[in-house]
Design a protein around this ligand. Structure first.
Ligand code: FAD
Ligand code: NAD
Length: 478
């Protein structure tokens, strides 16, 4: 029997490592079990987010957006740079360096906070004991007062399109190609499909997205989704809705994809295929049956509002529990649980959860859509402002999109904000803050925004709710 901990966290992704750091800050004796082995064959912290998710995808989105701007927009800005050329292996190794620096940073933070990193695979046994199987196969059992399960998620595979080498890949595989494929098929026009589809399209691939549903981005505000559809199609992303993929066959260094749509069955040959049809909670063997932790049919752990499972002292956070699979959602759950273990009365406002799709233009939203408000019978009013009327967006040469803010008519509170456009991910933060502070649309309208900034679009959208936006014509309101 080894040490007794106050907290053992199983999983060192953005949910688990943040929980561990917060627990240690609060004076709790903390360990984190993490089994990840990275591309350099070294144990690594940071989980999906840092190693093969949020961070590497954004590193590539950044490089490729700059490449596209340099290639296609510089002349319009009066800049001639001659031929713009690509070094894909360098782009990929820069992405790997960003990842390594950040995962190394978590390791440093663990050291600074006195957190024990137990390298290997953790399993919860009865009585909050945790068995850790190290990478060399040896088992050690630890006792803990509290256990936080944060084992994250993995891509969903389709049996009809099995992964094969670097030709049929999941999201992680699509972050590592060393050359630009001529053509890429993506199964799933969701968040990953659009982000990674954008990366390779910008570099020159022909990209086709096959989506089973008949609605594009059904979770997004309708006007924003329409604008996104228009913008992505204009860029050349070939998004095909109501399409059922029947199978794929690798032939040489290409893949034949068979799919069905309203016109019948088709076959198309691509250089690469990315399967991006969602993720599933990774909870296989994380709890021994004697631990008694309840899960649903999808493997998610049943938790209350404070992420405690049916077993007192055992918590679950991040992608293994209900709610969106987002890094910041998991991290904030980690903070809440650590603080509750330390005796604080922490909680989380799930109604104010920011969402972003990091395409260009970016799509970002928080709170309710018009459709949700309608179905809930809430009397609401919308203010909106197009970036085409923003001086700063014009100066940037980046005017696609709009800001839309929604208020509850009964009390003027902000109940939703929906954006598409330049820096929408950053602009969203002010409406998230407004909602967290229960601010009104009038509060935003009353706030001085620096000129010329993109954030003025939010100000103007708030003004437009009362028909008093300055830089657009206003419809008369009752
Ligand atoms: P994970 O990050 O999956 O971490 C779980 C960790 O637990 C892993 O390191 C795993 O090795 C470890 N583990 C599992 N089982 C065990 C065990 N038995 N013992 C020890 N360790 C174990 N979200 C955003 O908010 N913004 C984005 O921009 C974004 N981009 C994404 C891009 C891509 C391509 C992908 C795939 C995902 C993206 N996500 C994004 C989603 C985000 O990565 C996840 O929501 C987030 O990582 C979930 O955090 P987590 O800590 O719950 O799980
Ligand atoms: P997703 O749910 O966003 O999209 C999957 C898409 O695949 C859906 O539109 C679905 O209808 C479609 N689909 C499912 N089965 C299909 C089939 N057989 N044929 C054709 N289409 C099919 O999932 P994702 O894009 O894989 O992302 C997984 C998770 O990771 C998401 O929950 C997301 O929140 C998270 N993520 C977040 C970000 C971000 O915050 N920017 C980025 C990437 C991933």
């Amino acid at each position: 029997m080894a040490d007794v901990y106050d907290v053992i966290v199983i999983g060192g992704g953005p949910a688990g490592y943040v929980a561990a750091i917060r627990a240690a800050q609060l004076g709790l004796k903390t360990a984190c079990v993490e089994k990840w082995i990275d591309k350099q064959e070294k144990p690594a912290l940071g989980g999906t987010c840092l190693n093969v998710g949020c961070i590497p995808s954004k590193a590539l989105l950044e490089s490729t957006e700059l490449y596209e701007t340099a290639k296609h927009s510089f002349p319009d800005l009066g800049i001639n740079v001659g031929e713009v050329t690509l070094d894909v292996p360098k782009m990929i190794s820069r992405k790997d360096k960003v990842v390594q620096e950040l995962t190394g940073g978590i390791q440093m933070l663990f050291k600074q906070n006195g957190i024990d990193w137990l390298q290997g695979s953790g399993q919860l046994l009865a009585d909050k004991q945790v068995k850790v199987t190290a990478h060399d196969g040896t088992d050690t059992v630890y006792d803990s007062e509290n256990v936080i399960i944060a084992t994250g998620s993995v891509p969903i595979n389709l049996s009809a399109t099995p992964l094969e080498g670097n030709i049929v890949v999941d999201s992680a595989g699509a972050l590592d190609w060393q050359a630009v494929p001529g053509s890429v098929c993506v199964i799933g026009a969701g968040v990953i499909g659009l982000e990674l589809g954008s990366v390779w399209r910008r570099l020159g691939s022909t990209v086709v997205l096959l989506e089973a549903q008949d609605t594009f981005l059904p979770m997004v505000d309708k006007a924003v989704a329409r604008e996104a559809d228009r913008a992505f199609k204009k860029q050349g992303l070939d998004i095909r809705l109501s399409t059922r993929v029947m199978g794929s066959t690798v032939k040489g260094d290409q893949v034949v994809v068979t799919y069905q749509d309203a016109d019948g069955t088709h076959e198309q040959v691509f250089d690469k295929l990315i399967v991006a049809v969602g993720r599933r909670a990774f909870t296989d063997d994380v709890c021994a049956s004697e631990a008694g932790v309840e899960q649903d049919e999808r493997g998610l752990f049943h938790v209350n509002d404070h992420c405690e499972t049916n077993v007192p002292g055992v918590y679950a956070i991040g992608d293994v529990v209900r709610g969106p699979m987002l890094a910041h959602k998991g991290s904030e759950e980690g903070v809440m649980v650590a603080e509750r273990i330390a005796g604080e009365n922490a909680s989380l406002n799930y109604d104010v959860m920011p969402n972003v799709i990091y395409t260009h233009p970016e799509v970002a939203w928080v709170g309710k859509t018009e459709e949700q408000l309608k179905s809930e019978g809430i009397d609401y009013q919308v203010g909106s402002f197009p970036f085409a009327a923003s001086g700063r967006a014009k100066a940037k040469g980046d005017t696609t999109g709009l800001v839309k803010i929604i208020r509850d008519k009964s009390n003027d509170r902000v109940v939703g904000a929906h954006l598409i456009g330049p820096s929408a991910s950053e602009l969203l933060a002010q409406s998230v803050l407004a909602m967290e502070f229960d601010a009104t649309v009038e509060d935003i309208a009353h706030t001085i925004h620096a000129h010329p900034t993109l954030s003025e679009a939010m100000h103007e959208a708030a003004l437009s709710a009362d028909g008093r936006a300055i830089h657009i014509g206003n419809r008369k309101r009752k």
